[in-house]
Ligand binder design. Sequence first.
Ligand code: NAP
Length: 239
Amino acid sequence: MKVLLLGGTHEARLLAPLIARSGHHITASLAGATTAPADYGVPTRVGGFGGVEGLRNWLERHQITCLIDATHPFARQMPFNAAAAATKAGIDRLRLLRPGWAQRPHWRNFDTLDEACQGLKPQDRVLVTTGREDLAPMQRRVATRFWVRSIDSPGDLPAHMTSIRARPPFSTESEEALMQTHRITHLLTKNSGGDPAKLDAADRAGVPVLMIRRPPQPTGPVVCDPNDVLDWLATLAPR
Ligand code: NAP
């Protein structure tokens, strides 16, 4: 089969070679959001498709027989574009979505960064691991200190915000040391799921967590594990 894998996650990178080794023809697709993305080990294209119609055209032009959406749980647009384009192109689609983290004590949940920031006090010192996009709610709170961790540079930041450039994975020990070094009072993060090192570190350090809830997902089949994608592919008749 000819598979399009929408990537941008650790799971997508694990999955790509598994699909290739299963004998399918695979193309991975990345948004181009990071400057030096990890190598998927399979043919890879980079950049948006141009909305639903652009993706549908691409699927038809390349005679794709099924689409695996392994984008990030917080990718708000692409899962819906993928669902609509796959329906229009008449092909099967599967969402690979890692499980979210289960609620722990000392967490408060919010739908937006703005809401999460509203309870912060001037003396608070916040470690932000929600990415380099949408920093406006933190930029507005000039009396609070923020440390923004991201893979790529967030660009120029105001004086009350400091950039920390780092690429995962991180250990619980290094996360705890980071929190202690900067005397962090809150961890502002989003419920991406995956490695819980920073949450374990926050528990150990007694740092409360401001957690952003996941955005909605399109309806349709979902699996959590890259190996389940292979089982799903095996159920599809070759076209
Ligand atoms: P998004 O809001 O869902 O997507 C915005 C646009 O980027 C899409 O409409 C599409 O452009 C393009 N795009 C997204 N994923 C693509 C892919 N795999 N291949 C080709 N084009 C893609 O997503 P986002 O939040 O901007 O994230 C961009 C990428 O970074 C995603 O692939 C996601 O998996 C990854 N990522 C996101 C987060 C996060 O927190 N949001 C975290 C880690 C990784 P067109 O409409 O032009 O096709």
